[in-house]
Ligand binder design. Structure first.
Ligand SMILES: [Ca+2]
Ligand SMILES: [Ca+2]
Length: 355
């Protein structure tokens, strides 16, 4: 694994594009909808993960600094969805509740600017429209060292979970693909409706490891055992030359790749998965006593590379993780992701506590 700068560094260059606002309730056309926590959940499509102790993070020197060092953690047992939440599942939630996702709402500049560097100019009204970030590869090779994510991420007005590439696209035939363009509050609303919740980062990583401590991948030590692709990632020269040798240029239907030893599909790759934890770039240094505790009176999260954004942890990497860029198809890999935005490569799965 090559050492590569954290992509959180890169995020800053297009921080405006990545920030979405919390809408004022009066502005939301369905703001009266408050999803109630369901008191029950179906175990169908879930697997029981027996808890235990494990090593979270990694000691691999090639890994990104936010993953190091490995620390001993313990989690209680929990149920976990075997798959990422699909478009069909999310559609049932929307049909039943009338829920409107963040990407479908008009951005509120007053809220938005709180997460931007002071003095950031207000975008034109025509740009402050409902939309989301869509991966839009350039037609020719570009330097990923330029820290300019806008070369391959575009803010597309009208992009949302039902129109993942923009207003002229749809999810017909993608019912079994993971839902994307959902923000944390959308995922949390879905989880409440389903009687579930988002996993903590520790729960997610414990599950992803499938009982294999200190192994680079969810399935062992080799990226392609016997030449077999084990996850939907990116092969080729990122971002312009997506060769799709694993069979997929974008998202794949869930369950196309082998499950890990706990029966979890696409726990690595396909889409990044949201957790309930705020992102702290120094989590493991703090746990191991090599950094002072986070002062939560100042901030819930800490990312020196993106200091104004409020970020949650996402895990597992996506179809855009390449071996020459964003090497995050590993259980210990982690990134901060603005809690109030979605993109075309971030989704989620849910967990539930024992009945
Ligand atoms: Ca792929
Ligand atoms: Ca995934």
């Amino acid at each position: 694994m090559k050492k590569f700068p954290d992509t959180t560094l890169l995020l800053f260059s297009v921080v405006f594009l990545l920030i979405r606002c919390n809408q004022k309730e009066s502005d939301i056309k369905t703001g009266e909808i408050e999803i109630q926590q369901s008191s029950d959940f179906s175990q169908e499509g879930m697997v029981w993960i027996e808890g235990g102790e494990f090593y979270m993070g990694t000691n691999e020197q090639e890994a990104y600094h936010v993953e190091r060092p490995a620390v001993r953690r313990e989690v209680e047992g929990f149920w976990m969805d075997v798959s990422e939440v699909t478009n069909a599942q999310f559609a049932r939630f929307v049909d039943e509740t009338g829920y409107v996702t963040v990407a479908e709402r008009i951005p509120d500049w007053e809220e938005m600017k709180l997460q931007l560097p002071p003095g950031t100019p207000r975008p034109a009204d025509e740009d402050l429209q409902p939309g989301s970030l869509v991966f839009s590869p350039p037609s020719q090779s570009v330097s990923t060292q330029s820290n300019d994510l806008s070369l391959w991420w575009k803010w597309v007005i009208g992009a949302n979970w039902k129109h993942p590439e923009g207003p002229d696209s749809n999810i017909k035939g993608k019912e079994n693909h993971p839902v994307v363009h959902v923000a944390a509050e959308d995922a949390e609303a879905y989880a409440k409706w389903a009687g579930k919740r988002l996993p903590t980062e520790a729960e997610w990583e414990f599950a992803a490891r499938g009982g294999k401590d200190h192994q680079r991948y969810a399935w062992g030590v080799d990226f392609q055992p016997n030449g077999q692709f084990m996850a939907n990632t990116f092969q080729g020269d990122f971002p312009h030359a997506n060769e799709g040798r694993d069979g997929f240029l974008g998202t794949a239907p869930v369950k196309n790749f082998p499950p890990n030893d706990y029966g979890l599909y696409d726990i690595i790759g396909n889409v990044w998965e949201m957790t309930s934890d705020w992102f702290d770039a120094a989590t493991y240094l703090r746990i191991s006593g090599n950094a002072p505790a986070l002062d939560s009176a100042i901030s819930k999260c800490y990312n020196p590379d993106n200091p104004y954004a409020m970020e949650k942890v996402i895990k597992g990497g996506s179809f855009l993780c390449a071996d020459d860029y964003c090497i995050n198809y590993r259980p210990s890999a982690r990134q901060g992701h603005a809690y109030d935005s979605g993109t075309s490569n971030v989704g989620f799965r849910c967990v539930a506590d024992k009945k």
